[in-house]
Design a protein. Structure first.
Length: 129
């Protein structure tokens, strides 16, 4: 049976791999044009930074700081999932028309409106006593 430390290392590796692949794939295959590329790189790198700072904090036995960085990383992951769900709903209902891999800007308005909501919740959770 694996210990909690083994599982944490496996999950950290999976998170780092996922974040790195998100940045690489976002750069190589942009669907929404330059706005999507910039958002993908910005939030992908921020996700990786949050994971690395959480790892550094737990190695220093700073559980409070570790928890705060992990909440931030989780908020970024939830933000990505939320945007994907909303974009799918917008496309299904006809409110958003995605061009077929043409590189034309699309979906960036919904991305810009959904990210602040997710990031607004994380600091509130991190600084609650």
């Amino acid at each position: 049976m694996r210990s909690i430390d083994d599982w944490a290392r496996i999950l950290l590796g999976a998170g780092l791999l996922t974040g790195a692949m998100a940045v690489v794939i976002g750069l190589l295959f942009p669907i929404g044009g330059p706005r999507e590329v910039s958002a993908t790189v910005l939030f992908g790198v921020w996700f990786l930074v949050c994971l690395m700072l959480a790892f550094r904090a737990i190695r220093a036995d700073d559980i409070v700081r570790h928890r705060r960085w992990m909440i931030r990383a989780f908020a970024i992951g939830v933000g990505v999932g939320t945007i994907r769900i909303w974009i799918a709903l917008f496309v299904i209902t006809g409110l958003l028309d995605l061009p077929p891999l043409s590189g034309q800007p699309s979906g960036s308005r919904s991305s810009c409106t959904l990210w602040p909501r997710n990031f607004g919740c994380a600091p509130a959770r991190c600084h609650r006593k």
